[in-house]
Design a protein around this ligand. Sequence first.
Ligand SMILES: [Zn+2]
Ligand SMILES: [Zn+2]
Length: 368
Amino acid sequence: MANKPFDIPNNGDDIAFAPEDETLVSKCASCGGNLVFNPSTFSLRCEHCGNIVEIRHRMASEIDFAKLVDAQSAWNGETRVFECNSCGARQVISRKNMSPVCAFCGTANVVALDSIVGLKPNAVLPFTIDGKNAQEVYARWARSKFFSPRKFKKQVRAEKLVGHYFPAFTFDSDTVTTYVGELGEYYYTTYTDSEGHVHTQQHTRWFPISGTFNRSFNDIFVQATAPNTQVTLKKISPFDTDYAQEYTDNYLYGFSASQNERSGLECWNEARGVMEKNVRRGILGTYSYDVVGYLRTNMQCFDITFKYVLLPVYIGHSTYRKKLYNFYMNGQNGRIVGKSPKSVAKILSLIFGGLAVVGGIVAALLLI
Ligand SMILES: [Zn+2]
Ligand SMILES: [Zn+2]
């Protein structure tokens, strides 16, 4: 369904590309309308006249760990932080977006803050599902809900559908771990008691282990958002980080983004913890044992690199009987997490239908 960035036709060098870096265009040369990133053509498209402006895509590269704590890496300049007066959400929006809307509640009641924008992304997973497709995917999902009222299924439509990017890190590292420990193997003996009963006893034979263990890690994924958002994003995972493109402001036209709510170092520590656990499993996997006495490890990381990547998510809601039902959709694969209305009549009919079946079985048994 969704096309991947490298599937786009190779747009040769004879085509005029949108200029890069400081001179990024955001207005249509023909009519002055707003240019927005279009997921179905992977180009910028004028909202007003449909004029297409090609943009360059490059696969994102890893950057050195030192940049993680480098103040030069701040995402200032082309973006600003806005706060929503209705729901309090903060988001990063291109300075060229003159009419920002809150991605979370859909109101235009947002104000610019003099806040630090956070770390500048070096990678982006572009949306591969466009707004029209997202509507269809959502409608299919909502109609597939067994308990949804029929009336809701008939008129289902996502309102205030917006494309929003959430930040995450992926880390690569080589690791060398020295370890010492003690593992045990069970063995059994039998004895006969004074009354002639035979008993089996379990014993443990302990043996020491030590050594060095090497392992390389690629794209350990850590979310940079607050915990409740992490839960939501986990439900619509995976995001295919293999197709990360080098970040340019172009991908932000027509979309908004969240700042990192966790620092790069905090995220690195989580990634390191994941690596450490994996290394422990790896070490234990090289032995045959029944029980671990102890295992002390000392893991060193080398050649640490990372990508700070934006993940594409559609946020929207639908209304049924004046109640809002929010949803989040993965902008790459269309996976959805969200709420949909439930028909009380359908739930009751299922319960009573079930009771009727049970009643029928009981009646049949009584008749035998
Ligand atoms: Zn135009
Ligand atoms: Zn809001």
